[in-house]
Design a protein around this ligand. Sequence first.
Ligand SMILES: Cc1cc2nc3c(=O)[nH]c(=O)nc-3n(C[C@H](O)[C@H](O)[C@H](O)COP(=O)(O)O)c2cc1C
Length: 194
Amino acid sequence: MKKFALLLCAATLALPVFAHEIDRAALNNIMTRSSIRRFQKKAVSKETETILLKAAMAAPTAMNRQPWAFIVVRDPATLKALAAAVPGAKRPLATAPMAIITCGDLSKAIPNNTFWTQDLSAATENILLAVNACKLGAVWCGVYPIPANMRNLSAILKTPKNIVPFSLIAIGYPETPQKPKNKWNPALVHQNLW
Ligand SMILES: Cc1cc2nc3c(=O)[nH]c(=O)nc-3n(C[C@H](O)[C@H](O)[C@H](O)COP(=O)(O)O)c2cc1C
């Protein structure tokens, strides 16, 4: 009984401390993310792929519509075709062993509203953060709203009409470690009014 009371007391005392504790590792993961465009010849495991996709689907979406779908490409011929189809992806896809193409599913999106693009941006950033946490590297290559990029990816990946390619993320083990850029600028922050 005495032992139980002691335990309860310790737990109660520990709780407020835990609630206010800053998760430094989580913040560090955000602050150390950097775009990576050259990769080692090393495959990304299926387990890691699942972690990245789970992170994507953990993102917030307007009205919780989750208007997305993800295409994982590892086939070298398809990666080559994607590199030729999206100019911004040419360099990273020259060495990346895999890519994830995030897509908007317009059949699930809020009608007459482009919130789905923000939902897909959140999913894309979540993948980039999970990539960094897994000690991999990645770069977000813009697809939407460039008509040629979207058209080309739809044709290569044989997507149905309701599916719109949104971003292409080249992923792999970084060739060399990359220092994150320091973008912090307090002059850009306004308090209460501009
Ligand atoms: C919407 C969007 C489109 C981008 N498109 C490309 C691209 O096509 N090719 C590329 O190499 N990087 C692309 N990037 C990555 C940016 O160049 C990169 O995030 C920026 O230079 C800042 O560097 P950092 O990610 O290392 O902080 C894109 C990023 C965003 C958010």
